[in-house]
Design a protein around this ligand. Structure first.
Ligand code: GSH
Length: 207
């Protein structure tokens, strides 16, 4: 390991939680550095110059180096562990789900949760209010696709729990916050969420 591991984060963010959950399942400890994203604390000149020029958390600090992008940080932590399949197809399939999470799931399920449960409907701009119905529709389409896959497969990629499951667990298990999505509509997703909660070393997003 290359020195201290520091997670620059906003605790309620699923992207940050993914990294904490990966570390917990692997028995690794992280030092946590909090930022209030509702107050623009990741947009200060100092943060942009030293932590992430992209102005966002999470960022995993590895000694004096910085790794933004939640899924990349999870890969760094899990390198060589059971959370990354070694068989060629399963490895690529894990990455497939992690890329899909960032393109088709997180921008819809996570953004809807953030807007409704954290920012508040009455504080949304006209543009955000206009985008909301499409995000809810696309979020339900993502949850339905997950449910269909999990009807046929125990885990998302390969034969066991992998980073694909952790990446998608993060925002799926809190999708009901904001009241836009109903997990009861997705029974196979619910079975899979319960299997992740039962993993040794599991920690909650509120821990
Ligand atoms: N693709 C990035 C997304 C990072 C992101 O959107 N972070 C949000 C919180 S989850 C943020 O920092 N928002 C504050 C801002 O944009 O000012 C990842 O997976 O880490």
């Amino acid at each position: 390991m290359s020195g201290a591991l520091i997670l620059h984060e906003y605790a309620a963010s699923g992207n940050c939680y993914k990294i904490r959950l990966t570390a917990a399942l692997l028995g690794l400890s992280l030092e946590r550095r909090p930022y209030d994203i509702l107050k623009g604390e990741t947009r200060t000149p100092e943060f942009l110059a030293t932590v992430n020029a992209n102005g966002r958390i999470p960022v995993l600090q590895i000694g004096d180096r910085f790794m933004p992008e939640s899924n990349a940080a999870c890969v760094w932590l899990a390198h060589g562990s059971h959370l990354i399949p070694t068989k060629r197809f399963a490895h690529a399939d894990m990455l497939r789900w992690m890329f899909w999470e960032q393109y088709s799931h997180e921008p819809n399920v996570a953004t809807t949760r953030f807007w409704l449960a954290f920012v508040g409907r009455h504080n949304l701009s006209e543009m955000q209010l206009g985008l909301l119905p499409g995000k809810i529709e696309a979020g339900n389409a993502a949850l339905a696709l997950l449910d269909e896959h999990l009807d046929q497969h125990e885990w998302l990629a390969g034969d066991g729990l992998s980073l694909a499951d952790i990446a998608l667990f993060a925002y799926t298990h809190v999708a009901e916050e904001g009241d836009a999505f109903r997990l009861a509509d997705y029974p196979h997703v619910q079975r899979w969420l319960e299997a992740i909660v039962a993993q040794p070393g599991y920690i909650a997003i509120t821990d």
